[in-house]
Design a protein around this ligand. Structure first.
Ligand code: ATP
Ligand code: MG
Length: 454
């Protein structure tokens, strides 16, 4: 099927009197490949379009056509996969379905801001819903973690997010000014049916430049805070997600631990749920402990967690935090020495996501050993695996790990670990620099500490 680009390419080439073979020698692509492109059987990359444009002196016309085609072909699909074993939240899912149906009926843009306490399941709910709704958005789904919760790490910069979104939509060059960049984003998505998911926002200011007002698009924002500003700026609907109800919590435990075991001890199951403050985050960690100890009665774990129950008299928020801490303690205490140390050192890393190689530098262990330690942490839900060799730690857990590190690692040990990590990053950047621009002159680096040479 010929396209505007393929037709223009053939016309320019024949006008210049070049055979495919002659043309191939000038642009350094095989004649077979060029022929497929001319017949519209393969899509041109922008690099190929640029070479052809130069070789045929097409004055930018070929490049422009390739750009247009690349853009219309691109359908970003950035959603992470849905949480395995997702349960409940039927009301919230229905509310989102209704909001979308309403928006479609009235021709207005859908914008929803979901707030709720840490670990309540805002991200899980959003991804679950977005996965189901994704097929309605023919222009694709954009997703970004705005990193608004990290205490040490920096929240995502809207400038960078816009650049990434625009790149995902096939726009190569972006303006340097925030307002212009934001306007370009709105223009690019204006006639597309795109779902934008802005996860873990810190405040309305961070989100504002990323909003799209066109009726064909939808935006879902999650945050621990109520983004009241968004209601004012953009008329966003608010959905507050509380911790789970008692029945949903039991459902979560049944899914993760096994229905038979949970149903055999209904009182203990209710006590476990209550002592996890009905927070999915705490429930999942506790369920994992139960799953790894198939012979433990639920009442045993309920007793273990009862330290948290004593705090019932305190205000809800503190109670939640303390309950969660107790849940973390119990999992942490089961770790063997090396795994516990790796967990503590991960708490020194300010970002949420880390590669296995960076974690190896932090721990000072070889890569294979570090992967093994990370796998152990993943198995008890203290760390999550987000992709090949990529890991993520919930910020409540990171704070907890940092706290353990402050208590159990000497100043020198912590300093050395961070030094190993920063050296590893510096060396990685240096290696990338040499690979990308070998001609660029940079002063030689000091040799790294021995443990970080993988
Ligand atoms: N409905 C659910 N069913 C099963 N597991 C869930 C559910 N909701 C959340 N979880 C699990 O609970 C944990 C915390 O959920 P999530 O990260 O979505 O919370 P959050 O509200 O986005 O937290 P934060 O405020 O830190 O962003 C995750 O491990 C997730 O897999
Ligand atoms: Mg979240």
């Amino acid at each position: 099927m010929s396209t505007q680009f393929s037709t223009a390419l053939r016309n320019f080439r024949t006008q210049r009197g070049l055979s495919l073979r002659q043309f191939s020698q000038v642009v350094h692509y095989s004649p077979g490949w060029l022929s497929r492109i001319e017949r519209g059987q393969a899509a041109p990359t922008l690099a190929l379009a640029r070479s052809c444009d130069d070789a045929l002196t097409a004055g930018g016309k070929l490049l422009e056509l390739a750009r247009l085609e690349t853009r219309s072909r691109l359908r970003p699909a950035q959603l992470p996969s849905a949480v395995a074993g997702f349960v409940g939240r039927t009301d919230a899912l229905r509310e989102l379905d209704d909001a979308l149906a309403d928006a479609e009926r009235t021709g207005k843009a859908l914008m929803v801001a979901i707030d709720g306490p840490p670990g309540a399941g805002k991200t899980a709910l959003t991804i679950q819903w977005a996965q189901r709704a994704a097929s309605r958005f023919t222009g694709g789904v954009l997703f970004t973690d705005l990193q608004g919760h990290s205490h040490q790490g920096r929240p995502a910069d809207p400038m960078q997010v816009l650049e990434d979104f625009l790149a995902a939509l096939g726009t190569e060059t972006v303006p340097d000014e925030l307002e212009a960049r934001s306007a370009l984003f709105r223009t690019v998505v204006a006639d597309r049916h795109v779902l934008v998911v802005l996860d873990n926002a810190i405040n309305s200011q961070q989100v504002k430049p990323l909003l799209v007002g066109s009726a064909s698009c939808a935006v879902i924002v999650t945050s621990r805070r109520r983004l009241t500003g968004l209601g004012v700026i953009a008329g966003a609907q608010r959905l507050s997600l509380a911790p789970m109800g008692p029945q949903e919590s039991i459902e979560l435990l049944r899914g993760a631990v096994g229905a038979k075991r949970v149903d055999a001890e209904p009182d203990a199951a209710r006590a476990v749920a209550l002592r996890c403050a009905h927070l999915p985050l705490a429930l999942r960690i506790t369920a994992e402990r139960l799953a790894t100890h198939p012979r433990w009665p639920l009442s045993h774990v309920a007793d273990e967690l009862s330290g948290a129950g004593r705090l019932d008299a305190l205000a809800d928020r503190d109670d939640d935090n303390l309950a969660v801490r107790k849940v973390f303690d119990l999992s942490y205490e089961t770790l063997d020495g090396d795994t516990a140390r790796a967990f503590r050192l991960l708490g020194l890393y300010p970002g949420g996501r880390i590669s296995a190689a960076a974690a190896a530098a932090l721990t000072g262990h070889p890569l294979a050993r570090t992967r093994d330690l990370l796998d152990r942490l993943v198995a008890v839900h203290l760390v999550e695996e987000t992709g090949l060799d990529r890991y993520w730690m919930h910020d409540l857990l990171r704070d907890y790990a940092a706290d353990r590190a402050a208590a159990h690692e000497s100043d020198a040990e912590r300093f050395t670990a961070v030094h190993r990590l920063t050296s590893w990053y510096t060396l990685s950047v240096d290696a990338a620099n040499i690979a990308l621009a070998p001609q660029r002159e940079v002063p030689p680096l000091e040799p790294p500490p021995p443990e970080s040479r993988h």
